[in-house]
Design a protein around this ligand. Sequence first.
Ligand SMILES: NC(=O)c1ccc[n+]([C@@H]2O[C@H](COP(=O)([O-])OP(=O)(O)OC[C@H]3O[C@@H](n4cnc5c(N)ncnc54)[C@H](OP(=O)(O)O)[C@@H]3O)[C@@H](O)[C@H]2O)c1
Length: 304
Amino acid sequence: MSRAALYDEVGGPQVLYIGQVPDRDPGAGEVAVRVRAAGVNPYDAKARSGFIPLEAPFPRRIGADLAGTVEAVGEGAEYADGTAVQVGDEVAGRGHGALADRVIASADGLTRRPAGVPVEVAAGLNVPGLTAVSCLATVPVGEGDTVLVGGASGAVGLVAAQLARDAGARVIGTASPRHHDFVRSLGAEPVAYGDGLADRVAALGMPTAIMDCHGRDALDAGVTLGVPTDRMVAIAAYAALKEIPAHNVERSARTAANLRTLLEKIEAGDLVFPVAQTFPLEDIVDAFAAVESSHDPGKIIVTM
Ligand SMILES: NC(=O)c1ccc[n+]([C@@H]2O[C@H](COP(=O)([O-])OP(=O)(O)OC[C@H]3O[C@@H](n4cnc5c(N)ncnc54)[C@H](OP(=O)(O)O)[C@@H]3O)[C@@H](O)[C@H]2O)c1
């Protein structure tokens, strides 16, 4: 048996508890990972609260992003690059129910963790990092572009801002004023979100592309400023995309190979991916409460 974060009903963070779940051996193409750290995503909170309805029976496990050590390898389990997974490999990537001591994961959603990337940093990268890569795959930018990134102090937005910067674009990023120095440190120009956003952005420069990594206000600013809708992408603009024919973020870039590339950039010092706060697994309720309230830039990480 292993410990896992579970819930028996949808609701606030307090519905979460740590329970025992039976272990199983990995099947074909799967590996068992001894989880060392896992990221908590806003998606997990939306699933737990019922905002995103799930069909899965209760009790439900939770979490999707992990870093840990391979404990057992199923038949033919290979990384996406075709190399065999070995017991003892240090890995990072996708694993359903990641907020647990042990997870059965599909090998092709994992990649080896470079030695120079701390386990807590690697643990939270999968969903936000690959969503940011997907934003740039959906709306490519480069020299001559001015990109407005909504939520540039958030886990997705801070990666998107850096990738857009590296592509040669000028980046304007929204954040709370207390996070403006952080946004500046990414090489972006900060602007406060909220009423009057379009005017504040226009005072800095007219955007040619929008990456809304929070909700819809960057999209709305883009419409006001005449940015073509095919140069706008949103990741959480559920209702707005019914009114504004912008792109929903595409999924094809969510590969372990792209995750590995991001990890290598972090190891080389070319990409910043901060850990906002860490919690032990027993404090899972507090970890979710932190995700759902204003927090320092970066990821909320749970350690096992
Ligand atoms: N479609 C997908 O595949 C996908 C994938 C990943 C995430 N998402 C969604 O994308 C959103 C962001 O995820 P994340 O992991 O980056 O979250 P996060 O790390 O919590 O970041 C949230 C960001 O939103 C900003 N923000 C907070 N309140 C705001 C407001 N009222 N107006 C404008 N910006 C505001 C925050 O700025 P300050 O902290 O500076 O206030 C921060 O930059 C979540 O809704 C998540 O569910 C979607």
